[in-house]
Design a protein around this ligand. Structure first.
Ligand code: SAM
Ligand code: SF4
Length: 351
């Protein structure tokens, strides 16, 4: 310490250099949105997502609720303002409400703008009121069809009535809901208009998603793939779709349906129209950080998390990973690419 420095100055400067820095990637994008898969397990086996005989990760590899809390909180300290819990099915993770209750402190402190989750809705009737009580304001519910038999076929194990009850419970608790529906050739093609009328009639947003080539699911993607341009063209025959300037930093593009007054989104991950505004990264339930949904490159945060009780190693590992966030991705579904573009399943990175 030089003679001119006040006592305590060095400590102050040391603390300042160690203070978690905001996450800005090499392309100048601020990373403010984290999606965390809290489990790879699920009580459904959706045909586009999982094989029926999925092998799940050994429990020992999975981060504990305390570790998930620490990991999320480290990202919040580094400027993440929106946290989405996903999976697998987040609401089948044992003790999930303990994690939600704990993370809610970041909402109360103002460090976090939003704590939300993506769910298949099967457990919502149990948890909707608690979610709302902990400060969750909006959730995404995945639902591809309103036909009970088709619902059973698509999810293999799901019960439509239970999901609809869950949606009612969420509405009663005051949660805003966005329905996500994967557009599936030959499965829900005849229901797009019905889904729009139903979701908007219930005061919910609706987003259609294109099937992505993630993970081996035991059957061909070509059979399922339906370009959203086709979905949109068909809906445009029934409805007036007015372009709106609503963006979430993700791959969704939104229109307002004049006849229903509701918002309708289209997520087309196979196009590159969103990468330049990408503000998000994803962590798996084993603490692997994926900088892009469509790339294999990843960083192991679990080792950093478990190596010490302090967060310096973790911050350093996150910083290093963000320097590797790619400009964009490269999904392909066509006849020359029969294998999935990426070996990992959506239930690992959580969509
Ligand atoms: N289990 C929860 C659910 O279904 O909402 C959260 C996890 S799930 C993996 C997240 C979203 O990914 C769901 O909306 C699901 O429909 C979607 N999804 C899963 N596999 C997909 C695929 N291969 N292509 C496109 N979307 C997929
Ligand atoms: Fe489970 Fe969601 Fe995958 Fe369906 S999409 S199998 S509900 S993780």
């Amino acid at each position: 310490m030089s003679g001119y420095e006040q006592p305590g100055m060095v400590e102050f400067e040391r603390a300042a250099t160690l203070a978690p820095q905001p996450l800005i990637d090499p392309f100048g994008r601020s990373i403010t949105y984290l999606r965390v898969s809290v489990t790879d397990r699920c009580d459904f086996r959706c045909v586009y997502c999982m094989a029926e005989d999925m092998t799940f990760l050994p429990k020992a590899n999975i981060l504990s609720l305390e570790e998930l809390d620490r990991l999320c909180s480290a990202f919040v300290a580094k400027g993440v303002r929106k946290l989405r819990l996903t999976g697998g099915e987040p609401l089948v993770r044992r003790g999930i409400m303990t994690l939600v209750a704990s993370l809610a402190r970041h909402l109360r402190s103002g460090a976090l703008d939003e704590l939300t989750l993506t769910t298949n809705g099967s457990q919502l009737h149990r948890y909707a009121a608690d979610l709302a009580a902990h400060g969750v304001r909006r959730i995404n519910v995945s639902l591809d069809t309103l036909d009970p038999a088709k619902f059973r076929t698509v999810t293999r194990w799901g019960d439509l009535d239970k999901v609809l009850d869950g949606i009612k419970a969420a509405q009663a608790a005051g949660l805003a809901i966005k329905i996500n529906a994967v557009a599936l050739k030959g499965v829900n093609e005849d229901e797009f208009e019905t889904l729009v009328r139903w979701a908007h009639g219930e005061g919910m947003d609706l987003t259609f998603i294109e099937v992505m080539p993630l993970g081996d699911i035991g059957e061909g993607r070509l059979d399922q793939y339906l370009p959203l341009s086709m979905v949109r063209a068909r809906l445009a025959e029934r409805f007036t779709l007015d372009e709106i300037d609503y963006r979430t930093g993700g791959p969704a593009r939104y229109v307002r349906v004049a006849e229903t007054g509701g918002r309708l989104g289209f997520i087309t991950p196979l196009t590159h129209n969103f990468c330049e505004s990408c503000n998000r990264v994803r962590v798996t339930c084993t603490g692997t950080l994926f900088m892009c949904l469509g790339q294999e490159d990843a960083a192991d945060l679990r080792s950093a998390l478990r190596a010490s009780e302090g967060n310096d190693l973790l911050y350093a590992a996150i910083d290093e990973a963000i320097t590797r966030k790619p400009r964009g991705h490269d999904f392909v579904i066509d006849r020359r690419h029969k294998r999935p573009a990426l070996a990992r399943h959506m239930s690992v990175t959580g969509g």
